[in-house]
Unconditional design. Structure first.
Length: 146
């Protein structure tokens, strides 16, 4: 369950500010993601097929894991009103059904022109880094919102 939504404006942000979200990956999440996206790769949906792969079982879609970063950005840091400009993703390890993923973002750069913020994005399962990347997000200002 997501923590309550929080809106941060550009003026509220500072280097080093972090936020995270933790979610257990359920089979129904993976099936639902496949239905929404049309990505029905059997490595995500068929235990029989996935058992024969190097992963030894079903894994979540990489973009499902990445979407947890979107949840943090859209609800907590910076929150409602944030507009994604770009996102890089580097997949480091598989996420299996039943894993608990912690998605986190950290402010690493503030660009006053255009009110943009650069975020380092990471997803971990326990101590294992499963995804990392960088996002550029446009953030509303207090004066623009009023």
């Amino acid at each position: 369950m997501l923590p309550p939504t929080r809106t941060l404006y550009f003026e509220d942000l500072s280097i080093g500010l972090t936020e995270s979200y933790e979610k257990e990956v359920k089979s129904s999440d993976v099936v639902g993601f496949a239905e929404i996206t049309g990505d029905r790769n059997p490595i995500h949906l068929s235990e029989h097929f996935a058992a024969k792969t190097p992963f030894g079982g079903r894994i979540a879609h990489g973009l499902y894991t990445a979407s947890l970063i979107s949840a943090v950005i859209g609800t907590r840091l910076p929150g409602p009103g944030a507009i994604y400009m770009s996102q890089t993703l580097n997949f480091k390890a598989p996420v299996k059904i039943g894993d608990v993923v912690t998605a986190s973002v950290e402010v690493v750069e503030l660009v006053e022109k255009g009110c943009r913020v650069k975020l380092i994005c990471r997803c971990r399962v326990g101590d294992t880094l499963v995804l990392e990347g960088e996002a550029l997000v446009k953030v509303p200002t207090r004066s623009h919102d009023q």
